[in-house]
Design a protein around this ligand. Sequence first.
Ligand SMILES: CC(=O)[C@@H](O)[C@H](O)COP(=O)(O)O
Ligand SMILES: NCC(=O)COP(=O)(O)O
Length: 239
Amino acid sequence: MTKLSVNINKIATLRNSRGGNVPNVLSTALACERFGAEGITVHPRPDERHIRYQDVYDLKAEISTEFNIEGNCQEQKFIDLVLANKPTQVTLVPDALGQITSNHGWDTIKHRDYLKEMVQLFQEQGIRVSIFVDPDEEMVEAAAETGTDRVELYTEAYAAKYGFDKEEAITPYFKAAKVAQQVGLGLNAGHDLDSNNLRYFNEHIPGLLEVSIGHALIADALYWGLEETIKRYLAALKA
Ligand SMILES: CC(=O)[C@@H](O)[C@H](O)COP(=O)(O)O
Ligand SMILES: NCC(=O)COP(=O)(O)O
């Protein structure tokens, strides 16, 4: 069964736009859990434009589902934050400074030795590690050599193509998922998944363990409310 981890970055974006504490990031995370979310994801960035480092400590103290912290381990501040909070999972994402959002996965061939070191550092503290990768069979295969527990497939390309040709859109993801199974890696996915494209993705990707969804889910909640939105996303995953 695929788990739904709700990414609450966008709640923090809205809060930060006024400088106060509305909407409250922690209360929203707890509401997501009450409404059935099986995990909470945050992706703190060095400029703290949405999730702030303090949010991570506040969330860690209160949430009871799987906590997933995503970010760039090339930033020492990120490493320190993750080690101090010991989330269920850290997802390593190769973001450039000032990037609007994540736009590519790790090159696990070029950076294999570095990633191996990072994976070991987090695993030694009991933190599950996932590496963000493009849906590329070679990248998935090389990820296994780092010792990572999982990979997260970057689904932007799938989401962009889904409306035109869903079979073509899913093909590289299906192939990457098969390789993950062959090399014994757990499989996550995320980025631009939404209420239209999620069910098809889940039905066609073998071994999918977790999706992390933020932007579209929070936008849908404006119309449907958070409880109903989470219910619909869960239904797409459990069907
Ligand atoms: C790794 C990934 O795909 C997500 O974490 C996404 O990048 C969300 O980050 P932003 O909310 O900063 O766009
Ligand atoms: N790992 C992907 C994620 O956390 C959320 O991405 P998005 O749904 O905000 O595009």
